[in-house]
Design a protein around this ligand. Structure first.
Ligand SMILES: *Cc1c(COP(=O)(O)O)cnc(C)c1O
Length: 421
């Protein structure tokens, strides 16, 4: 059972001020979860979550995370600029990027962020741009092959473009050490959207063992080990969510087994969660504007894949609640579609929902991460507003909806924009 964090009355009131569709975020849920994450890893004095900015690059939400002393994981020029704009700098910025352009390394160095190298060939590249190597550097590991966890969940790092091989990793740390780097980090991202409390502990086990080997062979000091993202959320109502306290305890067990006996009990644990930090605390609110009865029953809504791409792109499941009909029987089979001239523009296919009437508000769950941020302008569709539902129940606009003027903004304004109707 999935419960919206918004009632019909609240949603209608907000929609009067900010017309649908809009993404809305639940400040109360965000804060409770942020506190739980901090507590789960409080056994590790250096622990820090670097919120993965790409999941939801909104400075108002980033500011909330700063109250918990979180940092930001960035992977592009504008994400670095956003982190800088909210006042983050130095060790509160992690730059985990790949195929990185020169100016992005330059900006990262300027604001003092920590560079997490995706590839060994980037060592001379970074050196050429920065002149000297920063004191702290991190490297990203890719073990190759197939990553299978004890519960059978697997991912396929051998097919992924990220990170370095084990042999390259030893070589990279040796080169960096010889270039004067003093403090080192180790990072790997091996599985995405895992809903098991075992992912982080199992990943940590691999990384801790590897860090120990590297430390013993090269004598370098690991300042941190970065478990990256990948902690998932239960998109489907029958799924059980992760328990961050159990995850934190699981990581602590392997830390005490592997790192502490090796004299590495000062290593800080970093995480770079995006989805887990915001996914469940965001929703797309959209109104039913058409019903169509052909070979299937369609409900047309005023949002489309340009507002939420995951269902169209990966066939991702997003639960839908018809607001005000939470307790009504789900006895109508619908495809819920948007207006793009693309047949994959469907938020739900063959979904049992209560009978939907025109004007009903649909609450599309779990859009808080990789939702608005993956928006685009295909078909000239404009991205929706983002609204924050504050703890006191009031709504604050944290990003206005795009207007046609925004769509025209990259054209020669004098020639074309004056003609905007
Ligand atoms: C996308 C990404 C994350 C966040 O992943 P989630 O699954 O949203 O937690 C963290 N680190 C890096 C390097 C990423 O690319």
């Amino acid at each position: 059972m999935k419960t919206p964090f918004l009632t019909l009355a609240q949603a209608e009131k907000i929609a009067q001020q900010y017309p649908t569709p809009f993404h809305i975020y639940d400040e109360k849920g965000i804060r409770e979860n942020a506190r739980a994450v901090k507590e789960a890893f409080s056994w590790n004095p250096g622990f820090r979550e670097y919120f993965a900015v790409k999941a939801t690059p909104n400075p108002y939400l980033m500011k909330i995370f700063q109250e918990y002393d979180f940092g930001f994981d960035c992977s592009s020029l504008t994400e670095l600029q956003l982190a800088d704009a909210v006042g983050a700098s130095g060790d509160h910025i992690m730059f985990s990027s790949n195929d990185t352009p020169a100016e992005e390394y330059a900006l990262c160095a300027k604001i003092g962020g920590i560079i997490n190298l995706d590839d060994i060939t980037h060592i001379p590249f970074v050196e050429q741009i920065l002149g000297a190597m920063p004191e702290t550097m991190s490297c990203r590991f890719n073990p190759g092959g197939v990553f299978v966890m004890s519960n059978g969940i697997m991912d396929n790092p051998g097919d992924s473009k990220y990170g370095m091989t084990k042999a390259q990793l030893f070589d990279a740390y040796r080169q960096l050490r010889d270039k004067g780097v003093k403090h080192f980090g180790l990072h790997a991202f091996l599985a995405s959207n895992t809903v098991t409390n075992d992912y982080y502990p199992e990943l940590a086990g691999h990384l801790f063992t590897l860090a120990r080997e590297i430390h013993e062979e090269l004598g370098i000091h690991f300042a941190f080990i970065n478990l990256s993202g990948g902690v998932g959320i239960p998109y489907r109502p029958e799924q059980e969510g992760n328990d961050i306290r159990k995850i934190g305890e699981g990581v602590r067990n392997v830390y005490e087994q592997i790192l502490v006996p090796a004299g590495m009990g000062d290593v800080a644990i970093y995480t770079e969660m995006g989805r887990f930090m915001l996914g469940p605390y965001g929703a797309l609110v959209t109104r039913a504007i058409h019903e169509k009865h052909i070979y299937k029953e369609y409900i047309g809504v005023d949002a489309c894949a340009a507002n939420l791409m995951r269902p169209a792109m990966y066939g991702a499941y997003h639960h839908i609640t018809v607001l005000g009909k939470e307790d009504a029987p789900c006895d109508h089979l619908y495809d819920v579609s948007g207006s793009l001239c693309e047949n994959n523009d469907k938020f739900a296919i063959d979904r049992l929902l209560p009978e939907i009437e025109m004007g009903d508000l649909l609450f599309i769950h779990d859009t808080g991460a990789h939702g608005h941020s993956m928006g685009y302008n295909y078909n000239g569709r404009l991205r929706s507003a983002e609204v924050l539902l504050r703890e006191d129940g009031t709504a604050k606009l944290i990003r206005r909806a795009e207007t046609p003027r925004d769509y025209f903004a990259t054209l020669d304004m004098t020639e074309f924009a004056d003609r905007l109707l």
